[in-house]
Design a protein around this ligand. Sequence first.
Ligand code: DAH
Length: 334
Amino acid sequence: MTTTSNTLELELQTLQDKAQEAIASITDLEDLEQLRISYLGKKGQLSRILGGMGKLSKDERPRIGALANTVKETLQTNLDLQRQTLQIAQIQAQLVVESLDVTMPGSSRPLGRLHPLNRTIDRVLDIFVGLGYGVATGPHLETDYYNFEALNIPSDHPARDMQDTFFLADGRLLRTHTSPVQIRYMETHKPPIRIVSPGRVYRRDTVDTTHSAVFHQVEILSVDKGLTFTKLKGTIKEFLKKMFGKELPVKFRASYFPFTEPSAEVDVQWQGEWLEVMGCGMVDPNVLKAVGYDPEVYTGFAAGLGVERFAMVLHKIDDIRRFYSSDMRFLSQF
Ligand code: DAH
């Protein structure tokens, strides 16, 4: 046995010990692959040692060659085992992270809800849609013509008073009611017409428990051949029955609106009290003429209601300002 073969044998043994120790201490699959390359790769440490075999004599070569193979196989086995161990550990860690315990209590998310005014509007619309009406809307910024003139409101009518209306410098105004939508709709559609129009309206009112400078109305309009006051009454009674959930005593009280003739105020007996809930009437022939309808052929009925008023009556709310104060203690009751 020569010095060279002894040296090689020793080097192989040392290599194996070092590699085994390193493999055992690896915890990462990527690192393990790097380690394999550095020991068993083409330019790895084992190859480098075997490069010295050329200096061996013919009869020494098989012994060292066999030893080298054993070292290689041993290390390969160690690497495979370690790789398996690490792969299993990786899967197990993943299972822990991704596991779902369906018996855990759920975390509840607070459910949002509609504002009582929107709920009231939705209810009114639903009822009229059920009666075959469509929904129409119009601008909040109006002209004198649509808000007053075309609705047969003469220029000396108290509704035009500066105290009631917000005027803009350019002569336009914030609509004081949803009735101008009647005009805009009729101007662009031919009868028969059946529409409801919800929306915000504006008045220069002093704010108190029942008044707000901004509030909501729903306008109702039907124009066709042969519409009569009886049909108006039937429609309103049906609406109120659905709105209050039962048939209540209803009273039509003669009243005055410039855009309807005859006109009436509707009262409902609700929990022992007569409540005024809406205005209505047969569309004035002047209004039909203003939009180019022939009043000899067509008749119409219209009605308007205050959304806040309805919501206050239905839910026994004592102050209109509660609707606008965004107080969750109030809002979460609906
Ligand atoms: N525009 C009226 C108001 O603001 C409400 C109203 C009454 C509308 C009678 C109508 C109606 O369409 O026929 O007080």
